[in-house]
Design a protein around this ligand. Sequence first.
Ligand SMILES: *Cc1c(COP(=O)(O)O)cnc(C)c1O
Length: 465
Amino acid sequence: MRYMSTRSEPGRGDRLAFDDVLLGGLAVDGGLYIPEHVPKLPEAAGPEARNLSYAELAARIMAPYVGGAVDDDELASLVADAYATFDHPDVCPLVALDDDHWLLELFHGPTFAFKDIALQVVARLFDHELERRDDRAMIVAATSGDTGSAAMEAVAGRDRLDIVVLHPAGRTSEIQRRQMTTLDAPNVHAVAVDGTFDDCQDLVKAMFADEPFRTESKLAAVNSINWARVAAQIVYYVWAARRLADDRPVTFCVPTGNFGNVLAGHYARRMGLPTERLLIASNTNDILSRLIETGELAAHDVVPTLSPSMDIQISSNLERLLSELFDGDGAATTALLARFRAEGRAGLSTEQHERLRAEFAGDRLDDSETLDVMGRVHAESGMFIDPHTAVGVGVAERCRRPGELVVSLATAHAAKFPDAVLNATGCRPDPPPALAAVADLPERCTSLPNRIDAVEDFVRSVRRD
Ligand SMILES: *Cc1c(COP(=O)(O)O)cnc(C)c1O
């Protein structure tokens, strides 16, 4: 298996193996790595794979993407080790909302959001590869809330890795911030940037674009631009379909920010998983659902909402889908993105828009609709759901057709958002003990201005050699 950049021309540009893509993150030309071809679901992950454990299924689905960079037995044990950190035997359990609508709970990992599913595996893959190369890496990441703590938790205490995580000051929830700032390990560093999530993401991109700095600091990314994360996320789409063992193709509804999660669903479909539709659920920051409706990418200002991990206007992973819509024409993909950056809007062709609408649909919920869904689900089932999950559930209810089998992805534990839950239901969800503990621990965080020189200086100052 080889990978190429979304910005390279067909038949040109470097072709990289998985281990280089894993450590490289963003391609040198600024594009994102995509597999040269999409493998079919392995037979061993076919419908009879219903009895496999989650970790066994994960190793089989990831193997063609890893492409021999890690041998199959090692991959299986690494993945088993990653999912042993989860607090549910199914790793990603399914819970019924009604006969044809299921919640896929993706929040049973160490930081209680779905980012753990990929990052627990990716950090172990990094360690494995750096050990083999006798090298080290400095991970830099931007987070709108959940990625940061999940990445820091996955990296904490690992010898060959340091990590610096940028978050927009004051725009993550109290618990999300505390999960990052209370981690007591010498190789993890939380930074509050005076800016938005998009500013943080731009700073990370700028560090990678600064070639001398990138090399000197041995930068690596675990943001959702990293292909290995997408590969790990493909697994739970297949898992849900196998567990439901229903003859109907599944419609997945995905609360969406950076487009990484729903992109993994798209790849599961391309691998041959029978999928009816992919529903893109947005909060008020609805650039993606507007793209589906109008065929135009049009940036608005970022509005803070109850679902901060979706407060994003520039969804980095969208580039991978755009490159498909341009049939791998890197120059055309780059031109569209450049136009969008320069003018704040860029349109797809009618044909591209139709291809998009054949697979995706979407809608949005504002904060008050989100609270309504949280309150109603609690009243009907006694279940607490978090605001991100509620955006998905609300969009699924609005978009579903009679007889359609729908799986809504539950992306965070409700106890990570106690104020919204209290507001919606009048009750406080009990936090899992590991989450309750962060309230009393001392915080460690550095505040920096939204300037590349300040951030690069900080990274140099904390790097261990
Ligand atoms: C990251 C995150 C999302 C958005 O996922 P993307 O892959 O960025 O689309 C949704 N909900 C929660 C709780 C998250 O942490």
